[in-house]
Design a protein around this ligand. Structure first.
Ligand code: NAD
Length: 472
C-alpha cells in the first residue's frame, strides 16, 4: 500500500546508528522504535458535481511515553501509511530532544489540495476530524494535531470548530485540541512563522561556533552566507526571510515549477509575493533557470547553506556526491535518506537534522497548548506591571544622576513583554539550548549532529519509560 515503503525504515536506521552511542537494553530500544498504533480511515466525499469519491486518511501514534501525543496533519497526494508512521516517529524524537512533554504522532489525508473546491476541502477536513474524535485520536489530553504541508490556519480552524462543536461545551479546554489556530480561536502569536524562525535561530547558533566554522573553512556569522532553499512555503519562506534579514544571501530557490539561481541574491519577499499571487518563480529575473522537474538539480548549486524545506528524501545516494553546500539545514522532515546522509558526512558536509532544526514549530505549538489550558494570553498578567517597574527604575536613575533620559529611551525600556516577545524568547531559548545539547554529545562521542540529536532524544524517551517503572 505504501508508495515509499522505506521512510520509516530510514528513520529506524538512523535510530540504530544513534543507539550505538548509548547502552540501552535491546528490548527497550525495540519498544522505543516501534509505532504504537496507526489508524486508517476512509470515508465518502460528495463532490460539487454530485459524484462520490472515497478519501483515505491516517493518524499514527508512534509513542505514548508522554501524553498527549502531538504531530501535524498534512494534505498530500503522496500520503501513505509508511510516511505517516515515519513522521510520527520523528515527532517522538523531536519533542524529546527539545524537552516538549509530548509523545509523537502524525496525520495525513491523501488528496491533491489543488483539485478540490474550498467547500469540498472543508467537508473532507471536518469528516476526517469526526473520524479522529470517534477513535479518541484528538483532544487536549490525548492527541493534539497541528498544521503540516497543505494545512494552514483555515484548515486548523475547521478542525478546532468541528471538535468544539462535537464536544458541545463538555470540555473546558477544548480549544487545546489542535495548535496552529487563528488568534480568534485560541491561537498564539508567532506560531505561523515559528518553524522558520526556529530554523533561523538554529543556523545562527551553528555558524556562531568559531571552531566548527574554521573546520568548514567558513567565517562565523550569517552575514554574506549564500543559501539555496527548496520549497517556498511556510518553512522555506520564513526561514529565508529571517536569514536574509540577518545578512544571508538567498541565491537559489527550488520549487515545483522549476528553480532559479541568482548570484547577486533573490529578493525573497518579491519571490514569495509573486508566487502567492499565482505567479511562477520562472517569471523572475535570474542568472540560471531550470524548468519543471529539472529544477531538482538546483540542490547541487554552489552555496554555503542548502535548506531543503519542502518534502522528504530529496537528498539521496545519487545527488549527495554533487551537493556543493557546506551545511545542509533540514527545514523539511526527512529530506535526507540514510545513504545520502552518510555520503554528505563522508564529504565533510555538516547536517543540521530535521528533528532539531525544524522543532520551532512544535515548540510554539506547545506554548499555544499551554495558553489554551491556562485560558490566559502570555503577558496578560505582567506586561503593564513590568512596563511601570522599568519606568520607575529609569526615573530612579534620573534622580540619582540628575540627568534626564529622552523619550525614546522610555519608549524602548519602559515596556513589558508582549505575548509575541515571550513566545519568541521561549523559542530562541529552546533552539539555542537544543543546539548545545546536541553539539556537546556530538563532540563527546565524536558523532555527527543527527546521531547526537537522536541519541539525546532516545535517551530521554528511555528515561520516561524508567520513570514510569517500565523497563526499570
Ligand atoms: P507548505 O505546504 O507550506 O510548503 C511546502 C512548499 O514546498 C510549497 O511551496 C510547495 O510548492 C513546495 N514543494 C512541494 N513539493 C515540492 C517539490 N517536489 N519540489 C520543490 N518544491 C516542492 O509546507 P510546510 O509547512 O512549509 O512544510 C514543509 C516541510 O517542513 C515538510 O516536510 C513539513 O513536514 C516540514 N515541517 C513543517 C512545519 C510547520 O510548522 N509548517 C514544522 C516542522 C516541519
Amino acid at each position: 500500500m505504501s508508495a515509499s515503503p522505506k521512510f520509516f525504515e530510514q528513520v529506524n536506521r538512523y535510530v540504530d546508528k544513534a543507539a550505538t552511542l548509548l547502552s540501552l537494553p535491546d528490548g527497550l530500544l525495540q519498544q522505543i522504535k516501534a509505532c504504537n498504533a496507526v489508524y486508517h480511515v476512509s470515508f465518502p466525499l460528495r463532490r460539487d458535481d454530485g459524484t462520490i469519491e472515497v478519501i483515505h486518511g491516517w493518524r499514527a501514534h508512534h509513542s505514548q511515553h508522554r501524553l498527549p501525543v502531538k504531530g501535524g496533519i498534512r494534505l498530500s497526494v503522496h500520503a501513505n501509511e509508511d510516511e505517516v508512521t515515519a513522521l510520527a516517529a520523528l515527532m517522538t524524537y523531536k519533542c524529546a530532544l527539545v524537552d516538549i512533554p509530548f509523545g509523537g504522532a502524525k496525520g495525513a489525508i491523501k488528496v491533491d489540495k489543488s483539485k478540490y473546491s474550498d467547500g469540498e476541502l472543508e467537508r473532507i477536513i471536518r469528516r476526517y476530524t469526526f473520524e479522529l474524535v470517534q477513535r479518541n485520536c484528538i483532544g487536549p489530553g490525548v492527541d493534539v494535531p497541528g498544521p503540516d504541508m497543505g494545512v494552514g490556519p483555515r484548515e486548523v480552524a475547521w478542525i478546532a470548530d468541528t471538535y468544539i462543536a462535537l464536544k458541545a461545551g463538555a470540555e473546558v479546554s477544548a480549544a487545546g485540541c489542535i495548535t496552529g489556530k487563528p488568534l480568534a480561536l485560541g491561537g498564539v502569536r508567532g506560531r505561523l512563522e515559528a518553524t522558520g524562525r526556529g530554523v533561523y535561530f538554529g543556523l545562527r547558533e551553528a555558524v556562531a561556533q568559531a571552531d566548527d566554522m574554521q573546520r568548514l573553512g567558513m567565517t562565523t556569522g550569517l552575514d554574506g552566507k549564500t543559501v539555496v532553499v527548496q520549497g517556498l512555503g511556510n518553512v522555506g519562506y520564513f526561514s529565508a526571510k529571517y536569514l536574509s534579514e540577518d545578512g544571508a544571501r538567498i541565491v537559489g530557490i527550488v520549487e515545483r515549477e522549476g528553480a532559479i539561481y541568482n548570484a547577486a541574491g533573490i529578493d525573497i519577499e518579491q519571490a514569495y509575493a509573486h508566487r502567492v499571487a499565482g505567479g511562477s518563480l520562472l517569471d523572475l529575473e535570474a542568472d540560471v533557470k531550470l524548468t519543471g522537474t529539472d529544477g531538482i538539480a538546483g540542490l547541487e548549486w554552489p552555496c554555503d547553506i542548502l535548506l531543503p524545506a519542502a518534502i522528504e528524501n530529496v537528498l539521496h545516494a545519487d545527488n549527495a556526491p554533487r551537493v556543493q553546500a557546506r551545511i545542509v539545514a533540514e527545514g523539511a522532515n526527512g529530506p535526507t535518506t540514510a545513504d545520502g546522509g552518510r555520503i554528505l558526512s563522508e564529504r565533510g558536509i555538516v547536517q543540521l537534522p530535521d528533528l532539531y532544526l525544524n522543532s520551532g514549530g512544535v515548540t510554539v505549538s506547545y506554548f499555544e497548548w499551554l495558553k489554551n489550558l491556562s485560558h490566559v494570553r502570555f503577558g496578560r498578567m505582567e506586561q503593564r506591571f513590568e512596563a511601570s517597574s522599568n519606568a520607575r527604575l529609569l526615573r530612579a536613575v534620573e534622580e540619582l544622576t540628575g540627568s534626564k533620559f529622552n523619550q525614546s529611551v522610555f519608549d524602548q525600556v519602559a515596556v513589558g513583554a508582549s505575548e509575541l516577545d515571550i513566545v519568541n524568547s521561549g523559542l530562541e531559548d529552546t533552539m539555542v539550548s537544543g543546539f548545545h545539547q546536541m553539539r556537546e554529545l556530538a563532540r563527546a562521542k565524536n558523532a555527527d549532529f543527527r546521531s547526537a540529536a537522536l541519541a539525546t532524544a532516545v535517551q530521554k524517551v528511555a528515561n520516561a519509560y524508567h520513570e514510569r517503572g517500565i523497563f526499570p
